[in-house]
Write a protein that binds this ligand. Structure first.
Ligand code: NAG
Ligand code: NAG
Ligand code: NAG
Ligand code: NAG
Ligand code: NAG
Ligand code: NAG
Length: 667
């Protein structure tokens, strides 16, 4: 055991909580006392206890990530479509060599043998095992066990730690350190994630927004009943999408399968076959997605257990895409995906790990790799006993995701680190579509408050996660109201509880408490406030959350970005005709249309569109503006759809011919 000789510094030490800190060192992190409320500090850690130390090195260029992404995504950029390789992404953000060398030298000088130190593949962090005595000497810290008062969870941590002055700029953070993440996961699962997950946006359990057998099975091709039941023909008529995409030689490309994400919800082949037989006889019986199963997931399931979300996604996407193929990213083993006692959030991290091996281990915003308090941990003795899958699937060009939760239920640093990954996927040319939520300006009932709203009086609107990340594209929901046809403009969905679904449904929309309005969206959002100012008090920035009765953050990133039909969708589920709804439906519709446009671009030797928002906001004329409808919640009618962008239907629904022509005109 080597010690730094504290004696040398005796003339110039200060003492913090009994720890002598030489003046060559500075405080690097100190826990906010408020976090300790639910934790009790127990005994000091035994000096020989082994701690798995991880030093998150400061990544370079993270602040430039946004500009890098705009450079390849903005239609006016000369580098439009010139996406990066994954190697370029790692290279751009990995820490400087000087950072690696300086921090390594510090450890070696302290007495950590270089052989003990590992440098991760993505170059983001240094790892070594240390005894508590070594860690305390290195960081001038005192390690204790902490116990969570309500959950009984125990973790090793310190209240604060120090590093030499010249090291500070090179270190993002060190673990184990001050982080004491409460096992909030249970809260998330029960109040937030599971609540929303049980609906079509998420899909665990019986589909709520569906009405088995209530509506007539309409004849394919008969557009006179689209105001009662939305069939594939209604969707193609709404957005002017021709039946079968033209493929040279009749064969679709092998490099443009569309990705669909599912968790805890499984399709049944019988349902897809029933649907194809009734609505799209040109799609052969047995047509099914290509499996990309992650961490022990399987699919399909038997018809009795078929999930409303998965059946809906495939029954919407295949009719728009076939003969293109679909890749199914079914995620997590049964224990994590379906056990109501599982404490993981199902928070997309194991999915992102499987697409990008470096995401498994990179550090940002105080987090390295998955969060054992929030994410599934593999091997899982209850299910998948293999190792966490890292970088095993090349991501498809387009990925449709009809799952999500609320910002307020997941730590902000967890969301930011994840949002960074969406930025990196965009840089590499992938388009990620998320359902904007089904609860208007609120969260689902019971999330945070009975009405799904925030603040002590349950009046503050609840933005959705990961929707508020500026690097995903959010899809809200529209409806063909009774008596209207597919040749008239649609309206935003406003379905009160019981009419027809058991819970109320409207398009999730609003403004983030975490992310500022991004530049590509600023004019659209400003114009909304200028011309259609919502009649609610607001606050600016989360530091003034709820101030003066404000109910939304006027400085935040607005969502959704776009919309598509999401009500009275004709489906087959569990062997029966059923009418389904949700932004869950809107998302695969929009994503499928983009996948078709990518096919056309690839066929003329152009790259896929990648991150699409900057192009859409710069050219809203390629969408059908939706100007009628609202998204109620929190005791209000919510925001109102209006000419131009609005936080109900975004920029509007697809106009396929205009979008195709526009994206083919871009380099
Ligand atoms: C379309 O459906 C309507 C309502 O069911 C029906 O009256 C009409 O005859 C149908 N048209 C065709 C061409 O089948
Ligand atoms: C969940 O936990 C409860 C209470 O401990 C237990 O009774 C139940 O069997 C558990 N359910 C599953 C699926 O493990
Ligand atoms: C915003 O502020 C509220 C109230 O202080 C807090 O509860 C919440 O965690 C903050 N959200 C974020 C994303 O920082
Ligand atoms: C909650 O309501 C009380 C009573 O109407 C009011 O005094 C208080 O300012 C409200 N708090 C917030 C954050 O809106
Ligand atoms: C406008 O939307 C409302 C629901 O908010 C709906 O009742 C009404 O029929 C819509 N009007 C038109 C013209 O579509
Ligand atoms: C609710 C409902 O209509 N259930 C039916 C679903 O389909 C099976 C078999 O086709 C019938 O037995 C159920 O009655």
């Amino acid at each position: 055991m080597r010690f730094i000789s504290l004696g040398l510094f005796l003339a110039s030490v200060t003492t913090i909580q009994g720890v002598a800190v030489p003046h060559t060192h500075v405080l690097h992190e100190k826990r906010d006392a408020a976090v300790l409320k639910r934790w009790v500090r127990r005994e000091k850690l035994d000096s020989s206890a082994i701690l798995p130390m991880r030093i998150g090195l400061t990544q370079k260029n993270l602040d430039l990530g946004h500009e890098f992404l705009m450079d390849v995504s903005h239609p006016d950029s000369s580098n439009y479509g010139k996406h990066w390789t994954s190697e370029q992404v790692i290279e751009a953000f990995s820490p400087e060599q000087k950072t690696v060398d300086t921090v390594t030298q510090w450890l070696v000088d302290f007495g950590i043998d270089p052989e003990r130190i590992t440098h991760s593949d993505n170059k983001g962090w240094l790892a070594f095992d240390a005894t508590t005595e070594e860690a305390e000497g290195l960081l001038h810290a005192e390690y204790h066990l902490y116990e969570h008062t309500t959950m009984g969870h125990v973790a090793a941590a310190c209240d604060s730690y120090h590093v030499p002055k010249h090291i500070q700029e090179h270190v993002d953070y060190i673990t184990p350190g001050i982080k004491l993440l409460a096992p909030e996961k249970r809260g998330i699962k029960k109040r937030g994630f599971a609540m929303t997950q049980s609906k079509d946006r998420h899909g665990v359990g019986a589909p709520l927004r569906s009405n088995p057998g209530k509506f007539p099975v309409t004849t394919p091709g008969n557009l006179s009943t689209c105001d009662q039941s939305i069939t594939p023909d209604c969707i193609r008529a709404l957005y002017q999408v021709p039946l079968v995409p033209e493929y040279p030689g009749g064969i679709p490309r092998s490099d443009n399968s569309m990705g669909i994400y599912e968790e805890g919800d499984y399709y049944a082949q019988e349902d897809l076959d029933l649907f194809f037989a009734n609505y799209t006889p040109h799609i052969p019986q047995g047509t099914h997605p290509t499996p990309a199963f992650i961490d022990g997931a399987t699919a399909p399931t038997d018809v009795a257990h078929a999930g409303g979300e998965s059946d809906l996604d495939f029954e919407l996407a295949y009719p728009l895409l076939y003969p293109q193929t679909i890749t199914l990213y079914q995620t997590d083993d049964l224990f994590y995906a379906t056990n109501p006692n599982s404490t993981s959030t199902g928070g997309f991290n194991t999915f992102l790990d499987a697409l990008d091996g470096s995401y498994c281990t990179y550090s940002a915003f105080g987090e390295t790799g998955d969060d054992p308090n929030l994410d599934p941990v593999y091997p899982d003795p209850h299910g998948y006993t293999g190792k966490l899958q890292c970088g095993v699937y090349k991501p498809t060009n387009v990925i449709s995701i009809s799952y999500g939760g609320q910002e307020a239920d997941v730590p902000a640093y967890y969301q930011k680190r994840q949002c960074n990954e969406f930025m990196k996927l965009g840089l590499q040319g992938h388009s990620i579509f998320y359902a904007s939520g089904d609860d208007g300006v609120s969260g689902p009932n019971g999330d945070d408050n009975d009405n799904g709203c925030l603040g002590p009086n349950a009046t503050i609107f609840s933005p959705a996660w990961p929707n508020s990340c500026p690097y995903v594209t959010n899809v809200g929901a529209t409806k063909v109201y009774p008596g209207h046809t597919v040749f008239e403009p649609e309206s935003a969905v406003v379905d009160p509880a019981g009419q027809p679904y058991s819970s109320a449904f409207s398009s999730g929309g609003g403004f983030s408490n975490i992310y500022h309005v991004p530049d590509y969206q600023r004019d659209a959002v400003e114009s909304f406030f200028k011309n259609h100012n919502p009649p609610y008090p607001h606050y600016r920035g989360n530091s003034s959350f709820g101030k003066n009765g404000g109910v939304f953050n006027r400085a935040g990133r607005g969502y959704p970005d776009v919309a598509a039909n999401g009500d009275n969708i004709a489906t087959y589920n569990a062997g029966n005709f059923s009418s389904s709804g949700g932004t869950s439906a809107s998302t695969p519709i929009f994503a499928s249309i983009i996948n078709r446009i990518n096919e056309a671009r690839l066929n003329v030797n152009k790259n896929p569109i990648g991150f699409i928002n900057p192009a859409l906001y710069a050219h809203p004329e390629i969408l059908n503006d939706i100007t009628n409808g609202t998204n109620p919640g929190c005791g209000t009618v919510g925001f109102s759809a209006a000419p131009g962008w609005d936080p109900v239907t975004g920029l509007g629904t697809p106009n396929y011919p205009k979008m195709l022509a526009f994206f083919l005109s871009l380099p």
